[in-house]
Design a protein around this ligand. Sequence first.
Ligand SMILES: Cc1cn([C@H]2C[C@H](O)[C@@H](COP(=O)(O)OP(=O)(O)O[C@H]3O[C@@H](C)C(=O)[C@@H](O)[C@H]3O)O2)c(=O)[nH]c1=O
Length: 182
Amino acid sequence: MPVLSTSISGLLVVTWDMRHDERGYFKQTYQHGELAQALGREPRLRQGNHSRSRAKVLRGFHIEPWDKLIYVPRGLATCVVADVRPDSLTFGTSLQFLLGDSPGRLDRLFIHRGLANAFYSHAETDYLNDVSEEYTPKGRGGVAWNDPHLNVSWPDTAPILSDADRQQPTLSTLFPRHPFLA
Ligand SMILES: Cc1cn([C@H]2C[C@H](O)[C@@H](COP(=O)(O)OP(=O)(O)O[C@H]3O[C@@H](C)C(=O)[C@@H](O)[C@H]3O)O2)c(=O)[nH]c1=O
């Protein structure tokens, strides 16, 4: 089964073998049926996104009302997914993946709506992101990339950030009475 579960429910790693020959390689990046079996429902993909980031860019933790199936076909990115769902048993935990060209992996991550994800580009990096809803700015949120509770060990302490990502709130601001943050 090429779809692996993780310690965070709703976060799946989709991994397929590469077929190499004299021309290069071929690999599948996901298959609808395998994903449906792992999710226990039909995956829904309604929009495809592509961003290119310069080296040292960090696109910070975004919480969005859609599922995401991300892929880094070129470049190298440290991708972090954080559980910021207040009712989740793994609230406040995160998992880190090195995706893209070697030493990164050409895996896809399936990220359920409501989880937060962010990435840092070690080199110029292309980031593909298929999502389950068409874009609307309504309902988008975020968490500070350097939130003290998430305590992510990013490869850079002074990355290039957007204005919005410089101003994202901390978990303590979003959930002031959450018992896990006491
Ligand atoms: C997310 C999105 C943004 N936009 C616009 C809004 C803005 O003008 C411009 C750039 O938006 P942002 O600064 O929010 O882009 P960015 O910081 O790259 O946001 C992305 O971050 C990574 C971590 C993700 O996983 C994505 O889901 C998405 O949240 O593109 C769209 O037109 N459609 C979209 O689906």
